[in-house]
Design a protein around this ligand. Structure first.
Ligand code: ADP
Length: 457
């Protein structure tokens, strides 16, 4: 089998950065075949970026480029994070459309494609990741590469009605069809993309996910991403996890813990979740003093204004709820705007009775799967999962909610807190079976099987 060449905006050059799901999966894939991982170095160069830098680790070669200040502002903060991210999460209202930023976005795709294409040899397969590089297939073709190119979108693909709001949608769609295989997190995302091609460009579905369009054929399929399930279970039994459990245990006393862990992002439904918690304590006075809700949400992409507003909103809501309901010895809703290590999170999940994963829109949501793996069979917690998370297609034994329905969400938290041990175990076993069998290796192998099946293109 030939080499695998992965391209993603950020790479995991240091072992400390290989903790996330994507980083682990790409890293393991590259190590097994020997390969190259190309992307942004994470540095901004004062002038035009110099030629790429290479380094290698355990047989994997990293090919890294800095971004110029203009590229960083227009490609990364601009088009990727302030246009594609909101639109693909169904928040057209938050997008700051900018034709100039799109030009820079396209130019960065081309620059990185040229950097990679020069190193490709026949037999290689290219695997491109995420919304930063929607044009990379086309850019690689223009740079002369004729071999297989796969693409995996880690965030949702919106419905055609929303995708059409992007002024550049026809160019993006055409460029995406230069990939041979396009992977989505869910059936919903795949069908949105297919429907768009059929409606907008008279694409024809040929079975097995293949669509004939623009004089070519592209395979579009759902490959829901998994976690390193066994690894997370081990993390939940680590010393760091036990320390975290003991620390929060001192705060909890006999109270039941409801936990949420999210990056602070408007896609995560945090204000709606806080409102529902307020409603829970409003309606169920018997829970006062007996339940503690803890939300961990470190700020992300803090340079973008919406995130600052979100922070203010969450501070306000938490202040109100604690002001209304808290007591001398009880804080109803604790909100910690910081991050914790993976093992510590595993410990917190393990001790929690309820896990709240209620995004308004999310590609997959790995936290849902991590929560499941941290539970213990003799006393498992209950997962409350938004119907708008990609994970909802797989984790059907969770309590599935509409995060916009505040009263229903409050009642669902109550239901989870009062659920019998028997039902908790029953639900948890079926969740665990899915998370274990459809783990990160399952995801990678399914995708690479389809990509390598194209070796002859
Ligand atoms: P997203 O990719 O949109 O952030 P996911 O749930 O798919 O959402 O993945 C988030 C990852 O980041 C998970 O592995 C989770 O454990 C980790 N994470 C989320 N919040 C925190 C936090 N407060 N501290 C440390 N890690 C976090």
């Amino acid at each position: 089998m030939g080499r695998l060449i992965a391209i993603s905006n950020r790479t995991a050059t240091q072992s400390a950065n290989r903790a996330g799901g994507l980083a682990v999966a790409v890293w393991e894939s590259l190590k097994s075949t020997g390969g190259v991982w190309a992307g942004w170095s994470g540095e901004i160069s004062p002038g035009e970026p110099d030629g790429p830098r290479t380094l290698s680790d355990e047989g994997v070669e990293f090919l890294l480029t800095d971004l110029s200040q203009d590229e960083h502002d227009a490609y990364y903060l601009g088009y990727a994070n302030s246009v594609l991210w909101p639109v693909f999460h169904y928040r057209v209202d938050l997008a700051t459309f900018d034709a100039e930023a799109f030009k820079v976005y396209a130019a960065v795709n081309q620059r990185i494609a040229a950097m990679v294409a020069g190193r490709l040899v026949p037999g290689d397969s290219v695997w491109v990741h995420d919304y930063h590089f929607l044009l990379m297939g086309d850019s690689l073709r223009r740079a002369g590469w004729t071999g297989p190119i796969g693409f995996f979108l880690h965030i949702p693909f919106p419905s055609p009605e929303i995708f059409r709001a992007l002024p550049e949608h026809p160019w993006i769609a055409r460029a995406m069809c230069a990939f041979n295989v396009i992977g989505f997190q869910s059936e919903q995302d795949r069908s949105n993309f297919t429907r768009y091609l059929v409606e907008e460009f008279h694409g024809e579905e040929r079975g097995e996910g293949e669509i004939a369009v623009f004089g070519t054929t592209v395979k579009a399929k759902a490959y829901p991403i998994g976690i390193d399930a066994e690894g997370f279970r081990e993390a939940s039994n680590s010393e760091l996890a036990q320390q975290a459990e003991a620390r929060i245990g001192r705060f909890l006393g006999n109270r039941l813990l409801v936990i949420g862990v999210d990056r602070m992002d408007y896609s995560k439904g945090l204000p709606q979740r806080f409102e529902a918690v307020g409603e829970l304590f409003d309606v169920h006075r018997e829970l006062h003093g007996n339940v503690s809700v803890t939300q961990i949400a470190p700020p992300s992409r803090s340079k973008v204004d919406e995130y600052k507003e979100l922070r203010v909103e969450l501070d306000r809501l938490a202040g109100r709820i604690n002001g209304d309901y808290g007591d001398l010895d009880w804080i109803p809703l604790r909100y910690l705007a910081r991050s914790y290590q993976r093992e510590e999170l595993a410990g917190l999940f393990k001790i929690a009775r309820v896990g709240l994963v209620t995004p308004l829109r999310d590609g997959m949501n790995l936290v849902a799967k991590e929560f499941v793996m941290a539970q213990e069979e003799d006393d498992p917690g209950v997962l409350i999962l938004s119907e708008f998370a990609g994970a909802a297609e797989q984790l059907t034994a969770a309590l599935i909610v509409n995060p916009h329905d505040r009263a229903k969400l409050a009642e669902t938290i109550h239901l989870a807190l009062t659920m019998s041990l028997d039902e908790r175990q029953h639900r948890w076993r079926s969740l665990r079976d899915i998370v274990v069998s459809q783990d990160i290796n399952w995801w990678r192998n399914r995708f690479l099987k389809d990509l390598h099946g194209l070796q002859s293109v």
